[in-house]
Design a protein around this ligand. Structure first.
Ligand SMILES: Nc1ncnc2c1ncn2[C@@H]1O[C@H](COP(=O)(O)OP(=O)(O)OP(=O)(O)O)[C@@H](O)[C@H]1O
Length: 352
């Protein structure tokens, strides 16, 4: 059967998959193009804020429908989310003075996003690994208080060791020094960890860790522009910020707000990375732009910032990252690692 026929057949069959709020997946506006190749089937479901879990059963059902029709093809159905922003940076605040560097750290590159759920943490971890692959002594600090995921992405468990003088010894994973704000949280505590507690927790992790001489520390920021960002940028010299976005997440207004905050806080914007940008069929190697093409590049141009590269939507990125085996470390010769390494090289070129 021709691939387009199977694609149409799957779409029709998705008419039997119910979605939250009524209706079916075939008629749902957030369903991407259904890519069918001789060896694979891939499509994505874009959902609105807070609906990722609710759409889980629909995704599982869609996966089954596609698998039943697709025979031995490998099936990937992803949910891509656009979560609500964190609290906004107040307008009119003065550009702060008195920023300092972190002891034992030459350069800091932060990774942020206008919105959550765009793959910011996955990108941050793989960029840090790619910087290490360029020969730099690299580390990563997980500042995403509202959803720390770096420990899972790097397969780290437990709290970091604390020396007698109260200084943290960071975890080590895949050649990276790693600290996560997740280690500071008691389960269920995150909600009340706002404002001063959150910022002092971050400060402690950043300043009271024995980084042991790093060329570059990557900081995985929370999404949006909130207290953590303001405190970090007020107190610390951050050499630049990378903004991660998905193609359908390119509501320019969000990226614009994040960039506006960075500019007013005198933090350089290093550029935009487009994540889950295109799908590469594992069998044919062909590229498919399932949500259209060129959005992030155009957005970068109109925002006046560099476009740093596009990361494909690949099943192995999700599966391996969620299992603590990020592709840059575990499959360094693969196409996924190459995409992250291209971004890292552009960063090395733009941060002295
Ligand atoms: N390029 C990719 N291809 C396939 N899956 C991806 C890709 N990038 C990220 N993912 C998956 O998307 C999900 C969300 O990624 P991640 O946790 O990095 O997002 P985030 O923006 O940091 O989210 P949050 O705002 O909740 O912290 C994860 O399951 C991850 O494995």
């Amino acid at each position: 059967m021709a691939d387009t026929e199977l694609s149409a057949q799957i779409k029709t069959a998705l008419g039997a998959v119910e979605i939250p709020g009524g209706g079916d997946l075939a008629g749902y506006g957030g369903l991407s193009e259904i890519i069918v190749t001789p060896g694979a089937i891939a499509f994505a479901i874009a959902v609105v804020p807070g609906m990722e879990a609710a759409f889980g059963p629909a995704r599982d059902a869609a996966q089954k429908v596609a698998q039943d029709l697709g025979g031995s093809r490998k099936v990937m159905v992803s949910i891509t989310a656009e979560k609500a922003n964190s609290p906004k940076f107040g307008h009119g605040a003065a550009v702060p003075q008195g920023k300092t560097r972190v002891k034992g750290v030459q350069r800091i590159i932060a990774v942020g996003s206008g919105k959550g759920g765009v793959g910011k943490s996955t990108t941050a971890v793989n960029i840090a690994l790619a910087l290490a692959a360029e020969g730099l002594r690299a580390g990563i600090l997980d500042a995403d208080l509202y959803g720390p995921s770096v420990p899972k992405l790097l397969g780290i468990e437990g709290k970091p060791a604390i020396r007698d003088d109260g200084i943290f010894t960071p975890h080590e994973a895949h050649g990276l020094k790693v600290m996560s704000i997740g280690s500071m949280l008691v389960p269920g505590q995150a909600v009340v960890w706002r404002g001063p507690m959150a910022t002092s927790g971050l400060r402690q992790l950043l300043r009271e860790t024995d980084w042991g001489g790093l060329d570059v520390l990557v900081i995985d920021l929370p999404p949006g522009t909130g207290d953590i960002h303001i405190a970090l940028f007020q107190q610390t010299i951050v050499d630049g910020v990378v903004i991660v976005s998905t193609p359908q997440d390119l509501a320019l207004i969000d990226a614009q707000k994040a960039i506006d905050m960075l500019r007013r806080m005198a933090v350089p914007v290093l550029g935009l990375v487009e994540n889950m940008s295109y799908f590469i069929a594992p069998d044919t190697g062909n590229r498919y732009d399932i949500f259209g093409t060129g959005g992030a590049e155009r957005a970068a141009v109109s925002l006046g910032i560099p476009f740093l590269g596009a990361i494909p939507l690949v099943m192995s990125i999700r599966e391996n990252s969620d299992a603590g085996s990020p592709p840059v470390a575990t499959a360094p010769q693969g196409a996924e690692a190459a995409a992250y390494r291209a971004v890292a090289r552009r960063l090395v070129a733009s941060v002295p």
